[in-house]
Write a protein that binds this ligand. Structure first.
Ligand code: ADP
Ligand code: MG
Length: 343
């Protein structure tokens, strides 16, 4: 008998996760939230525990031709802390798994760990364990973070409500532009190794790609302002994908205002040079590791003067309908197709 074979590509990443997780319903009384959010949530008694894991794989998530090892170590911690931030939580402990090929020296691994240490200091987390193994298919860094959040402050993806204001931190699309620059310089270098990289005036976008910063600063500032987001997610796959997650899981819709999308000046300049559309990069580029969240209208005054937060639209009761109101006055529906725009 022949078994049928389904290509992973036919399901996509989210479809595959859905299919694999269908058979697993949380059974323990302290499992508050399982698969489907930025981190899982467990009841510790007085507060909630948060746990999340993310892996960086050579050739998929990074290219050693232009990713300094120190930055990689930093990024591995930062992108995981970002998922704790997306639950409105505080990170506490990390464990780090390493798959190393024998082309790495001790000094090279120490470089990765210099970055891990810097991130642990920046985000005030303790490295408490991990695993080290050899790898035949390049470098793998797998990080798991444990965090905590007060029960009444946890922010899920599925709790946005109509009329809530849509907010995003920092700026969008810059990490994608940084990647395009690094890829371009790699091609130039491969054609002529004597060429020096042309990175002048591109420092910001390149840094956004190589060394993203989890927005713990904003989590603390929201706390100080007395604002608990009604929903939250971090922007790892691009604004379009994340907003669709919030809307589908919350069974609401959203209106996005193109004019309000935060795009850095350097992202504009680089996009002109590379002949790319900065709004498409903001919507679909990914790897910005900013926070996308919703707040109640009543809370607007408490955060309206925070320069790190842009107010980019609002939630509607039209389930699943996400519309981008363009500068030209058009209504552009955001669909799941946007996810694969760049693949
Ligand atoms: P994020 O981008 O925030 O890290 P993902 O899109 O990677 O989230 O994952 C979405 C959800 O699916 C998360 O709850 C994650 O824990 C879960 N998930 C991802 N891969 C697996 C897997 N192999 N088995 C079980 N759950 C998974
Ligand atoms: Mg996330």
């Amino acid at each position: 008998m022949t078994q049928s074979r389904t290509e992973i590509a036919t399901l996509g990443e989210f479809g595959l996760i859905h299919r694999l997780s269908e058979g697993f319903q949380p059974a323990l009384p302290d499992t508050v939230r399982g698969i489907g959010d930025d981190a899982a949530v467990m009841d510790l008694g007085g507060e909630y525990g948060l746990i999340t894991t993310d892996m960086l794989v050579e050739g998929v998530h990074f290219d050693l031709a232009f990713s300094p090892l120190r930055h990689l170590g930093y990024k591995a911690i930062s992108v995981n802390v970002s998922d704790i931030a997306a639950m409105n939580g505080i990170p506490h402990q990390v464990v780090v798994g390493l798959g190393l090929s024998n082309r790495f020296s001790v000094e090279a691994v120490e470089e990765i760990y210099a970055g891990v240490k810097a991130a642990c200091e920046d985000f005030k987390v303790d490295l408490v364990g991990g695993d080290t193994t050899s790898s035949r298919s390049g470098l793998i860094i797998s990080v798991t973070v444990f965090g905590k959040v007060a029960k009444e402050k946890v922010a899920y993806r599925n709790t946005a409500r109509p009329n809530d204001i849509l907010c995003v931190t920092g700026d969008l699309g810059s990490a994608y532009m940084g990647l395009q620059i690094l890829e371009r310089e790699k091609q130039v270098y491969m054609a002529n190794p004597n060429m020096q990289p042309e990175l002048e005036g591109k420092d910001y976008v390149v840094q956004r790609q190589l060394k993203p910063e989890a927005r713990m600063d904003v989590v603390y500032e929201l706390e100080e302002a007395g604002v608990v987001p009604t929903s939250m997610i971090d922007v790892s796959d691009g604004l379009a994908s994340e907003i669709l997650h919030i809307c589908s899981q919350s069974k609401v819709g959203a209106i996005l205002v193109e004019e309000n999308l935060p795009i850095d000046e350097q992202t504009f300049l680089v996009s002109t040079e590379l002949n790319l559309d900065p709004v498409t990069a903001a919507m679909n580029g990914g790897e910005d590791y900013e926070l996308l969240f919703t707040i109640r209208q009543d809370d607007y005054n408490k955060v309206k003067n925070n320069p790190k937060i842009s107010f980019i639209g609002y939630i509607t009761d039209k389930a699943g309908e996400v519309i981008l109101n363009t500068k030209g006055g058009n209504r552009y529906p955001i669909t799941a197709q946007g996810w694969n725009h760049f693949s």
